[in-house]
Design a protein around this ligand. Structure first.
Ligand code: HOZ
Length: 427
């Protein structure tokens, strides 16, 4: 039997690209099998280079909230393309995007664009350190904030998936400046502040975690974090790269009525093109160069194509008001999976908020990294492969969130629920 087009590409890729992929989770190592290569994506569907059509629950890891290749976003990119691909000077899209972000996120008074979520979180941490003149930061185990040195400690996402939550190559001296705490544990936060008086520059967190699977903050936790950081003069950074514009118009901070000092954004604001942003209180943001002494820069920052796509995507959000519909779709998938697991006698947790959720094969509720790691990841791998065989693509890791788009409404969701139900029944 001749190798599939995906297998042939993967063989070539492995010769030249470490692991054959440009981002580790895509290698399928924790779920088994070889990755497929995508030829095109439309609506809720990925088409592989072998011509298979898959219902996509990854949505390019969050950005495709209106589905893949939406005509309005395509048109905005095409229009911007007529004017050029990159200018290296200020451009009008940057002002329009800043106005939009500030209108969606009232906590953001000033914002700077960059090219990825990693840049956004890395820069926000540097800014918090420059602003407070302190070195230490607090992060929570399992939260993933991209791959800069200070933040790649007890990290989720691919780092956790492949068993290296503390990456090699991060100097111990850097890691010592990062205090790692359990998520959803207010007492641990109080103890860390008591042990490091006047030393904590920032607390950074995914307010609902998307990178150890999906985990919601328990009632009162984020409010506790806000009060403790305010008392300590510590900058509170919400990493809403995944949750921003996705769980509500104004992210988790809107749902939980919290005003963080800084917010990191990405994914949806690029409409599928590379982008990131960080913003917050003007008093803090004005410490950035050229006004202040904290340096941050980027040749492709404010890229006109990425911002044209993102502006179209945000305007569309306000037109279609998708959040109730997305929540109903998420509930439908979780309910179908829960019913199948109950019928099969398998323990399953289905934490969900709107269009983000996870399926954990676990007896107990998942509230932090240790409880997530107590899930049956091997069983998830079998479930993943059964779904893929049935034409449904899930995140290829037990420790990543699933994403939905408005394009999943109708036949796609019905087909996916049937495949998920059959896959669980066959475990
Ligand atoms: N770290 C990303 C999700 N948490 C994965 C990105 C990718 O592989 O494209």
């Amino acid at each position: 039997m001749s190798a599939s087009a995906s297998d042939q590409l993967f063989a070539r890729a492995q010769q030249l690209i470490p692991g054959g992929v440009n981002s580790p989770v895509r290698a399928f190592r924790s779920v088994g099998g070889a990755p497929f290569f995508t030829r095109s994506a439309q609506g809720a569907t990925l088409t592989t280079v072998d011509g298979r059509e898959l219902v996509d629950f990854v949505c390019t890891w969050g950005p495709a909230i209106h589905g893949h290749n939406h005509p309005r976003i395509k048109a905005a990119i095409a229009d911007a393309l007529e004017r050029g691909t990159s200018f290296g000077t200020p451009n009008p899209y940057e002002v329009e995007m800043a106005e939009l972000i500030v209108s969606f996120f009232p906590s953001v008074q000033k914002v700077r664009m960059c090219s990825s979520g990693t840049e956004a979180t890395m820069s926000a941490v540097r800014l918090a350190r420059g602003f407070t003149k302190r070195d230490k930061i607090i992060k929570f185990a399992g939260c993933y904030h991209g791959h800069s040195d200070s933040l790649l400690v007890a990290a989720g996402s691919g780092a956790l998936t492949h068993g290296y939550p503390d990456s090699a190559g991060v100097p111990a001296a850097f890691a010592r400046e990062t205090v790692v705490l359990a998520f959803n544990d207010p007492a641990a936060l109080d103890a860390a502040f008591a042990a490091n008086p006047g030393q904590i520059a920032a607390v950074i967190l995914e307010p609902y975690i998307g990178n150890v699977g999906f985990i919601r903050a328990e009632p009162g936790f984020l409010q506790h974090v806000r009060a403790a950081t305010a008392r300590a003069g510590t900058v509170l950074i919400f990493d809403e790269v995944m949750t921003g514009f996705r769980l509500s118009r104004g992210g988790v901070q809107e749902l939980e009525h919290i005003v963080p000092d800084l917010t990191c954004l990405g994914k949806i604001i690029g409409g599928g093109l590379p982008v990131g942003a960080f913003g917050g209180r003007a008093e803090i943001m004005d410490h950035l160069a050229p006004l202040g002494l904290v340096y941050q820069a980027g040749t492709l920052s404010g890229n006109p194509l990425a911002l044209a796509a993102g502006i179209a995507q945000l305007r569309l959000l306000d037109e279609v008001k998708p959040y109730a519909r997305l929540d109903a779709l998420g509930s439908q998938v979780c309910a179908a999976a829960a019913a199948a697991a109950k019928a099969k006698g398998l323990p399953l947790q289905t934490p969900q908020c709107g269009s983000m959720f996870s399926l954990f094969f676990n007896e107990n509720p998942v509230r932090d990294m240790p409880t997530a790691l107590a899930s049956d990841a091997k069983l998830f791998g079998r479930f993943f492969r059964a779904c893929l065989d049935g034409g449904v693509y899930l995140p290829p890791s037990a420790y990543e969130a699933w994403f939905l788009s408005t394009a999943h409404e109708g036949p796609a969701i019905a087909r996916a629920c049937d495949v998920i139900t059959d896959a669980i029944a066959g475990l």
